[in-house]
Design a protein around this ligand. Structure first.
Ligand code: TIH
Ligand code: FE2
Length: 296
C-alpha cells in the first residue's frame, strides 16, 4: 500500500501530461534509467485510471517477472514455516501464480467472489483517510511497480509484491477482510487527524506487522512481514510485546528498516476481539482517552 507516513516517492506531472516519479537519494533504482522509465510509465497508467475501471494492464518485463519468481520461491518455503494458518488458507484459495506477476485486475477478479475485495491503482501518495476509507468499500489502493531487482529481500517502499503476496493472500480470507473493513469504517468515523493516526498505527502493528501465537509458535499475519523474504526470517528475534491498543496506537516506528518491536496476539480470535472491536467501536473521544493513557 501507499499511504502517508510510509516511504513513498513524490510524483510530478510533466508538460506532456505523463508522470515522473522522484526516487530518493539512496533509492536502489535512482541511477537505473530503465527502472525509472518503468516507474514513470506505471504511475502514468494509474493516474489515468477512473473509479469503476478495472486496474490498467502493466506489461511487465522479463526482468520484473524474474523478481516476482525469486521472491515467490523464497516465500513459498518461509510462509509454510512462519505464516499463520489463516494466511495459508487465503493463499491456498487465491492460488497466485509464482512464475509471473499477475495483473491487479486478474487478482481483483479472483478476489471478488471470495470476499468482494478488489484493487485500485495508486499513482502516488494516497492520503490516509482515502486509503483507509476505501477499505470500508472493499477497495484496496495498490502500487503496481516492482521493487528494484537489486533488493528482492526487503524494500521500504510498498510494491506489487507487497500488495499482492502480502495483502492479496489475506484479502482472500473473510476473517482478514472483516478486519480490513472495520479499519476502513473506523477511518471514516473518526474526525480528528490524531484519531485517524491512532487508527492507522494500530493497522500498522496488526494488519501490516502483526504476529500471533499459534500452537506454541510465533507466526506472522502482517502483510509487511509476509512480503519480505528478509524480514520474515528475522521477526522472531525482535522485541515481542503483548497486544496492546494504547502502545500500538501511540508508538513511533521506523518505516525504512525491519521493525524492532512487534505486538503478539494470543490467537487470531484475540486480534478479532481486541483490534476488531476497537475499530468497530472507536470514536474521537475514546481514542483521545486512550492516547492520554499512553506512557510517554
Ligand atoms: N518491507 C515490505 C517488503 O519488503 O515486502 C514492504 C512494505 C510493507 C509495509 C511498508 S513497506
Ligand atoms: Fe501494506
Amino acid at each position: 500500500m501507499f499511504e502517508e507516513g510510509q516511504y513513498f516517492a513524490p510524483v510530478h506531472e510533466k508538460d506532456d501530461g505523463t508522470l515522473s516519479v522522484q526516487l530518493g537519494a539512496n533509492h536502489p533504482g535512482l541511477n537505473d534509467p530503465e527502472y525509472r522509465a518503468r516507474r514513470d510509465h506505471l504511475a502514468t497508467l494509474a493516474a489515468r485510471w477512473q473509479p469503476g475501471d478495472p486496474c490498467p494492464t502493466a506489461d511487465y518485463t522479463d526482468a520484473e517477472h524474474d523478481v516476482w519468481r525469486v521472491v515467490s520461491d523464497v516465500l513459498m518455503e518461509s510462509h509454510r514455516t512462519y505464516a499463520c494458518s489463516e494466511f495459508l488458507e487465503g493463499k491456498e484459495i487465491l492460488g497466485l501464480p509464482t512464475d509471473h506477476i499477475p495483473q491487479l485486475s486478474e487478482v481483483s477478479q479472483t478476489l471478488a467472489p471470495l470476499t468482494g475485495f478488489g484493487y485500485q491503482p495508486a499513482a502516488g501518495l494516497v492520503p490516509l483517510r482515502a486509503f483507509y476509507g476505501a477499505l470500508a468499500d472493499r477497495r484496496f489502493w495498490s502500487t503496481q511497480y516492482v521493487r528494484h531487482h537489486s533488493v528482492p529481500l526487503y524494500t521500504p517502499e510498498p510494491d506489487v509484491i507487497h500488495e499482492v503476496i502480502g495483502h492479496g493472500n489475506t484479502l482472500a480470507h473473510p476473517r482478514f477482510t472483516a478486519l480490513y473493513e472495520l479499519a476502513g469504517a473506523a477511518a471514516r468515523r473518526v474526525e480528528t487527524d490524531d484519531a485517524l493516526e491512532f487508527v492507522s498505527k494500530v493497522f500498522w502493528f496488526t494488519l501490516e506487522f502483526g504476529v500471533l501465537w499459534q500452537r506454541g509458535d510465533l507466526r506472522a499475519y502482517g502483510a509487511g512481514i509476509l512480503s519480505s523474504p528478509g524480514e520474515i526470517q528475522e521477526f522472531r528475534d525482535v522485541t515481542i510485546r503483548p497486544l496492546d491498543l494504547v502502545s500500538m496506537g501511540t508508538a513511533n516506528y521506523d518505516i525504512t528498516a525491519y521493525q524492532d518491536v512487534l505486538y503478539a496476539a494470543e490467537s487470531f480470535t484475540h486480534v478479532e476481539d481486541v483490534v476488531g472491536h476497537f475499530w468497530a467501536t472507536c470514536t474521537d473521544e475514546s481514542i483521545a482517552r486512550m492516547a492520554h493513557m499512553a506512557v510517554r
